[in-house]
Write a protein that binds this ligand. Structure first.
Ligand SMILES: C[S@@+](CC[C@H](N)C(=O)[O-])C[C@H]1O[C@@H](n2cnc3c(N)ncnc32)[C@H](O)[C@@H]1O
Length: 255
C-alpha cells in the first residue's frame, strides 16, 4: 500500500509531518485505522477524509493521541517539585516554564498547582502548547473527569476543583496561570529563556533524528541550569550531546 503518497497528502492537507514518526508503528496504526473505518486503499481513505469532517477529526485524534492526566507518574512529579524548590526557586523567584505537547492541560495545570503551593508570591509564566487546536480548547476550559484527576491529592481537589455533576471544574486562579498556544514541535520555532521545559509522552512517536533535533532545540531554549522533564519511558541516553547533565532519571539540567 502506498503510504508514501498518503504521507505527502497529509502534509499538504494538514501540515502534519508523518515522516517524523517511527515508520513501522505509524504504518501499522494507519492500516488498522483504515480497516476500522472500512476502506481498502489509500485513495479511498483520502477521498473519505476530503469529504467527511467527522473522519478528518477522527484521523487527527488518532495521530495526536492525547491521553493525559494530572501528576502523571506521581512519584516523578514529587521529584520535580523538589527540584523546582531546590534548584530553580533558590536562584530565581519568577519562573518561565513551557509545557510542550500539553494535551488537555493536565500537565501545565499540575505545575501551576505546585507553584501556587510552593512559590505563590512569584510572577511565573507558564506557556502550554500543543499541535492540536481541539485539545487546546478543551484545556482552556479546565473541566475534567475523575480518571484524569485520580493522582490529585484530596486536599488539592478540595482547594482547586469544584465538583459539578460528574465533572471537576478547575479553579480560575490556576487556569489564569497558564497561557495556551498552538505549536508544532517539528515545524515551529522555539521560544527561549526557560527555567523548565516539560515534554512528556510525545517524542516516543518520533524517529531518532527528529527526537535528537527536538532535544537539541530544548537545550537552546533553556537557560543555564534550566531543567528538562521527560516522560517515564523516555530517558535520554545521549544527553551529553545536547549539552545536558543528568539531574535524575527523567530530569536533565542544561549545562
Ligand atoms: C500522549 S499526549 C501527552 C500529554 C502530556 N504531555 C502527558 O504526558 O500527559 C501527546 C500530545 O502530543 C501532541 N502532539 C503530537 N504531535 C505533536 C507535535 N508535532 N507538536 C506538538 N504536539 C504534538 C498531541 O496532540 C497530544 O496532545
Amino acid at each position: 500500500m502506498d503510504l508514501e503518497y498518503f504521507k505527502q497528502w497529509v502534509y499538504k492537507e494538514f501540515r502534519i509531518n508523518l515522516y517524523a514518526y517511527k515508520p513501522n508503528q505509524l504504518h501499522r496504526r494507519i492500516l488498522s485505522l483504515m480497516s476500522r473505518v472500512g476502506v481498502k486503499s489509500v485513495d479511498e481513505y483520502i477521498n473519505l477524509l476530503k469529504r467527511d469532517d467527522g473522519q478528518r477529526q477522527k484521523f487527527l485524534d488518532f495521530i495526536t493521541i492525547n491521553v493525559s492526566e494530572f501528576f502523571r507518574n506521581p512519584e516523578i512529579f514529587e521529584d520535580l517539585r523538589n527540584k523546582i524548590k531546590i534548584e530553580l526557586l533558590s536562584k530565581n523567584r519568577n519562573l518561565k516554564i513551557w509545557s510542550a505537547a500539553c494535551s488537555i492541560g493536565a500537565e501545565p495545570y499540575s505545575i501551576a498547582m505546585i507553584l501556587d503551593e510552593i512559590a505563590p508570591m512569584g510572577k511565573h509564566t507558564i506557556i502550554a502548547t500543543d499541535i492540536d487546536n481541539t485539545i487546546l480548547e478543551k484545556a482552556k476550559k479546565g473541566i475534567y473527569n475523575i480518571s484524569e484527576i485520580k493522582n490529585v491529592k484530596k486536599t488539592q481537589i478540595d482547594k482547586y476543583f469544584e465538583k459539578q455533576g460528574e465533572q471537576y471544574v478547575l479553579d480560575k486562579k490556576i487556569k489564569d496561570m497558564v497561557t495556551f498556544k498552538k505549536h508544532d514541535l517539528i515545524l515551529d520555532r522555539y521560544d527561549i529563556g526557560f527555567d523548565l521545559i516539560i515534554c512528556r509522552n510525545v517524542v516516543i512517536y518520533f524517529n531518532q533524528d527528529v527526537k535528537d533535533e527536538i532535544y537539541k532545540k530544548f537545550g537552546a531554549s533553556l537557560k543555564k541550569d534550566g531543567l528538562l522533564f521527560v516522560g517515564a519511558t523516555e530517558s535520554i541516553y545521549n544527553y551529553k550531546e545536547f549539552g545536558f547533565d543528568k539531574s535524575s532519571t527523567f530530569i536533565y539540567r542544561k549545562l
